[in-house]
Design a protein around this ligand. Sequence first.
Ligand code: C5P
Length: 458
Amino acid sequence: MLENKNILIGITGGIAAYKICNLIRLYKKEGANVRVVVTPNALNFVTKLTLQTLSGNEVYADNFEIKEYKPKHIALTEADIFVIAPASANTIGKIANGICDNLLLSTACAFSKPILIAPAMNENMWKNPFVQKNLVKLKNAGYHIIEPETGFLACGTNGTGRMKEPEEIFEKTVEILSEKQTLKGKKILITAGGTREKIDPVRYITNSSSGKMGLALADRAFDMGAEVTLISTFKADKLYKNIVAQTALEMEKAVKENLAGQDCVIMAAAVSDYRVENVSEQKIKKQGGEVTLRLVENPDILQEICKLSPLCHSVTFPPQGGQRSQALNQRIEQEADREQLSSARSSTPSLTPPPYPLPQGAGECAKPGGTPANSIYLPPPLIIGFCAESENLIENAKTKIRKKGCDYLIANDISRKDIGFNTDENEVYIIDKNLNIKHIEKDTKQNIAKRILEEVFE
Ligand code: C5P
């Protein structure tokens, strides 16, 4: 079941450390290669010799036993999953705050694949608000937490804080490792949140979007192996790239600057259709009587990128030695590999340069008259829009997908209190270009996000 899988176990100083001997055996029985890293305190509860014998590998305990060329915490990150069990309140707090004062912590900080944390501690420690805050921070950043259970604790009391049994940690590990990396190699740009259109330095116009749906899409796409760029109206502490853009104009700029090279763009943000024409530099004072705010229309980002992306994806690039970004170089190589280069060149229509600057190193769009020899046609991304409707959901969505020109539109009914804006659940209809409709029943936004990604990338 776990053949060819490399599992790194991190053990911290807690009495449940003895149970990890059994966990190592469960992994090994299923064919995994297991390596173990321990905090100095862990060795008070379990010996290096035991862990070494069971895992069949050297046990790593500190940063300074130099036996390999590569720094140890970097060498250890070459595993498929890092299972930290038992995880003490101390280690949880340090990981959540980027502290790296032992080998286990430095490894966690540098680890870019899934991390599973199995906390174990006394009930009062478990309930401590700072511990809980740290756990929420880790959960939000995409760490997997296997919550402790209630039962007899080593301190002689009954309560919550007992580490889940090795069998359950094993099952959770298998579940995480079998999550299909179907989006590996894909670049996905996702927008999230309700834009804030400034009135003056303290006031703004916004809407009820929480950004949870966009965030769920970004999380799931990341879990499925995609290289994610999240452009959100709020700061998201995630393991993927996040750009904050609060107004529609800022979002437009960020989306366009990051468009080249994307395989998919998902516009889940609720972008304000209007902005205040003249934003006051000073706080507007109460003067008695009425105040009139004149609103002007914002650009429709979705509609614009649907028109522009086929153009900006046909780029010229400087010949050898020129200033090309690494991402563009990779893309060019990928496309050449797919042997699309020659056919794309001959079939590229006459194009005009886009009305906005391309990212540094991307060169410029092909000029009218065809694609020059040093150009490549990058296929435009799949573009997905959202539509929140309070009436005639399907009819309005069908009209909107035609108007916007995107590949898919995800429609949700915002007249219902239990789903949509500012809730943890949703129920959506996926409408494609040919107006085929797929209904996805009510579920958590995380699960709905997974279903959407599976549908559009199937
Ligand atoms: O027209 P409506 O606001 O209902 O369209 C919603 C979709 O269009 C969403 O995907 C949203 O992100 C996008 N949108 C946009 N720019 C706007 C308004 C909406 O990109 N100014």
